[in-house]
Design a protein around this ligand. Structure first.
Ligand SMILES: Nc1ncnc2c1ncn2[C@@H]1O[C@H](COP(=O)(O)OP(=O)(O)OP(=O)(O)O)[C@@H](O)[C@H]1O
Ligand code: SF4
Ligand SMILES: [Mg+2]
Length: 335
């Protein structure tokens, strides 16, 4: 049975900018095909600036100028029906984000009102989102919710600045999950937190997912966090997904040279040697290299890599890679 809850087909999303009267286009999302499943944690990884946040905005129906979906589709499966995001009105998109998905944007600790106690933020959230439909005792609901998630009730009386960064992030996630969304889209929820605090946030996300049996799409450039939480991982490079596989394959048998760098650069327990990071710097999205966008940095680049973008090769049932080496094998076109 197909359990796809969110699908993208050949999605292209670009920033169309006006720079001193001249149009500049940043190709932040290029030809992305995803099929995110119900009840899975899907991780998206890649260097800063590769388009992760932009992709999430397109998934969360939160595209605003200068960002534009140029072509392709984003489709949700809601109550057995396919819903094409492009056909929704602004009001329907807002409703989708309220009732079906919870989008926690990058740096979103700021969604907590700095001059309101957490209990008041909860009350406002509950009154504006649920209050219209049913009469609820906001404070009781907030207490029940925090207890369910194992968070201390005393935080309800605190102001955001009185909480640690990790606790603020957990409160943000808790609020986002109050309406039991089918999909949680989280952008770097653990970034800027130290490792111990990160663990608490990751555990909360795991607990929420287990309880709601829903889908989490999680962006972080931190491969350690992906190792802890993701069922499947998509590796993004220059706006494209270049490899996708179950987490254990990404870590155990990465096939794309870029993924191999990401994995090899991770510190290993007991090993003090300098880890190899990705050479060179990411390409400009305003002026992408021809062919495979990784070719200027790739130690295996062949002539064909400079000319043509490789399509996906299915190396195993759930493992696909866009690289000429994998496409053709050692003695093929790319050799
Ligand atoms: N509002 C915007 N207007 C113009 N360009 C933007 C805008 N937001 C992002 N960009 C550009 O689009 C590209 C992709 O940005 P994006 O934020 O999606 O990357 P990212 O992978 O999330 O990076 P990070 O890991 O640093 O969060 C970058 O070159 C960025 O500078
Ligand atoms: S297609 Fe070529 S340049 Fe791109 S990652 Fe594979 S070997 Fe390297
Ligand atoms: Mg980002």
């Amino acid at each position: 049975m197909d359990n796809t809850i969110l699908r993208t087909e050949a999605l292209h999303a670009y920033y169309v900018l006006d720079v001193y009267g001249k149009q500049k286009i940043l190709k932040a999302v290029n030809e992305v095909d995803l099929a995110i499943q119900e009840n899975e944690i899907y991780g998206i990884a890649g260097e800063s600036g590769c388009g992760k946040t932009t992709l999430l905005k397109a998934l969360a129906a939160a595209v605003e100028p200068p960002l534009r979906v140029m072509s392709g589709r984003v489709t949700y499966r809601i109550a057995g029906e396919d819903v094409d995001v492009a056909t929704l009105t602004a009001e329907e998109k807002r409703k989708l984000r309220l009732e079906y998905i919870a989008y926690v944007p990058q740096g979103s600790m700021s969604v907590l009102n700095p001059v309101a106690r957490i209990r008041d933020t909860y009350r406002d959230f509950i009154e504006s989102h649920i209050g219209a439909h049913q009469k609820v005792e906001a404070y009781e609901l907030a207490k029940e919710h925090l207890t369910e998630l194992g968070l201390p009730l005393k935080i309800l009386d605190a102001y955001p600045h009185q909480l640690s960064g990790g606790m603020r992030q957990r409160v943000t996630i808790a609020l986002a999950t109050l309406l039991k969304p089918r999909i949680i889209i989280g952008d770097e929820p653990t970034t800027a937190l130290d490792v111990v605090v990160q663990r608490g946030v990751v555990q909360l996300l795991k607990d929420v997912q287990r309880k709601l049996q829903n889908t989490i799409i999680l962006v972080t450039h931190d491969m350690g966090v992906h190792a802890n939480i993701a069922d499947r991982i998509g590796i993004m490079y220059a706006g494209k997904i270049v490899e996708e596989a179950p987490a254990e394959k990404i870590f155990g048998a990465p096939a794309h040279p870029y993924t191999q760098y990401l994995i090899n650069s991770l510190p290993k327990f007991g090993d003090k040697t300098q880890r190899e990071s990705v050479p060179g710097s990411p390409p400009s999205l305003a002026n992408l290299p021809s062919g495979c966008p990784f070719h200027p940095r790739c130690p295996h680049a062949k002539d064909i890599c400079k000319q043509e973008m490789p399509g996906f090769t299915q190396v195993e049932a759930k493992h696909r890679v866009a690289c000429w080496l994998v496409e053709e094998g050692e003695h093929g076109k790319a050799a």
